[in-house]
Ligand binder design. Structure first.
Ligand code: ADP
Ligand code: MG
Length: 333
């Protein structure tokens, strides 16, 4: 274990809003970490305090063993990528990428060598003499990425780097990001509100809720073993029904289950419901079923179609039991 970045008791307030309140967060060297949370959860504030664009009111930030809490941004060994590319429009791609080295006074030959090396790795060689406006959004973001990593920073911070791109480019670029990160053994901290992006790319997910870290873990661990109601509903789909609707009733507030963790039967089952409608999605259908006052979604791998109004029964295979906002038990049937 080698934690390259540690946040300890970091608190940041704006007036009476606590934007960030992190008890402890450790980031392993060479891993891809995604900070995930809804709008206003404190994701950008976290990234900005690590970057030195903002300072915490209290707490400590340690980078590679050194306390950087009060260091200015330019003294931190960090690369930054934002949503809006932030390239210099009057500079060519080459000069944009070279800039961090130019301002540091690197020799011309060394700059050229490093720029050519990075554009090759990034697959943007053919664009080096163009200006940003001559590039697509996805290409511009590759240039921004190259500029952020040319100094080989200890940490790469990305704030919603894919959010300005259209869906197809977004998916392309996210696998590209992961490939580059692996290839160059970068430690990345990537902020997004998009859970499918987060799941796809993260070694490690950090789920933020109201400025605090709700849960940290691999996407699979968090999906399968969420610790709070917030995490269980924010990551993936979850159906929630009152505990009284279901046969287990040990003082739980409610019971939640994933669409793939239940089956639909025409005769027997644990819970009865009425089909509202069916969404056809190719290899599966999502069947919306009214259960009491709730609507639950069930994934049907046989892609069956059910008429609206049809009475069906549901058997649950795995459920989470909730009490006071926490998942207190995971139950297999
Ligand atoms: P996210 O990036 O997850 O959407 P932010 O970190 O931007 O969230 O914001 C967290 C909270 O802090 C929000 O309630 C936001 O309104 C508040 N906040 C962020 N920056 C400022 C600021 N400069 N001044 C006042 N409030 C801010
Ligand atoms: Mg933000």
């Amino acid at each position: 274990m080698n934690e390259i970045l540690i946040l300890e008791k970091v608190i940041k307030k704006y007036g009476n809003v606590t934007a960030l309140n992190v008890e402890r967060l450790g980031i392993e060297q060479g891993t891809y970490n995604v900070i995930l949370g809804p709008s206003g959860a404190g994701k950008s504030t976290l990234l900005r305090t690590v970057a030195g664009l903002d300072y915490p009111d209290s707490g400590k930030i340690i980078l590679d063993g050194k306390d950087i809490t009060n260091k200015p941004a330019w003294e931190r060994d960090i690369g930054l990528v934002f949503q809006n590319y932030a390239l210099y429009p009057h500079l060519t791609v080459y000069d944009n990428i070279a800039l961090p080295l130019t301002v540091k006074g690197f020799k011309k030959e060394e700059i050229s060598e490093r720029v050519m090396q990075i554009v090759k790795v990034m697959g943007i060689e053919e664009h080096i003499n163009k200006y940003p406006r001559q590039l697509s959004g996805g290409q511009q973001q590759r240039v921004a990425l190259a500029r952020a990593i040319i100094k080989q920073p200890k940490l790469l911070l990305l704030d919603e780097p894919l959010s300005n791109l259209d869906a197809k480019v977004r998916v392309e670029l996210r696998s590209y990001l992961k490939t580059i990160q692996r290839q160059l053994n970068i430690t990345a901290l990537h902020v997004t509100h998009d859970q499918s992006e987060a799941m796809a790319i993260a070694d490690n997910l950090v789920v933020l809720n109201g400025g605090a870290v709700d849960q940290v873990g691999s996407p699979k661990d968090i999906y399968e073993n969420p610790k709070t109601v917030f995490v269980s509903t924010f990551i993936g789909m979850l159906n929630i029904i009152p505990a009284s609707t279901f046969r287990i009733n040990d003082g739980y507030d409610a019971v939640g289950f994933r669409p793939e963790n239940a089956d639909i039967f025409e005769d027997d089952g644990d819970i009865s419901g009425t089909v509202k409608y069916v969404e056809y999605q190719g290899e599966e259908t999502i069947v919306y079923i009214a259960v009491g006052d709730n609507t639950v979604r069930i994934r049907d791998r046989q892609s069956r179609f059910f008429e609206s109004g049809k009475k069906v029964n549901i058997k649950i295979k795995k459920a989470f039991a909730f009490k006071d906002g926490k998942v207190v038990k995971s139950i297999l049937f």
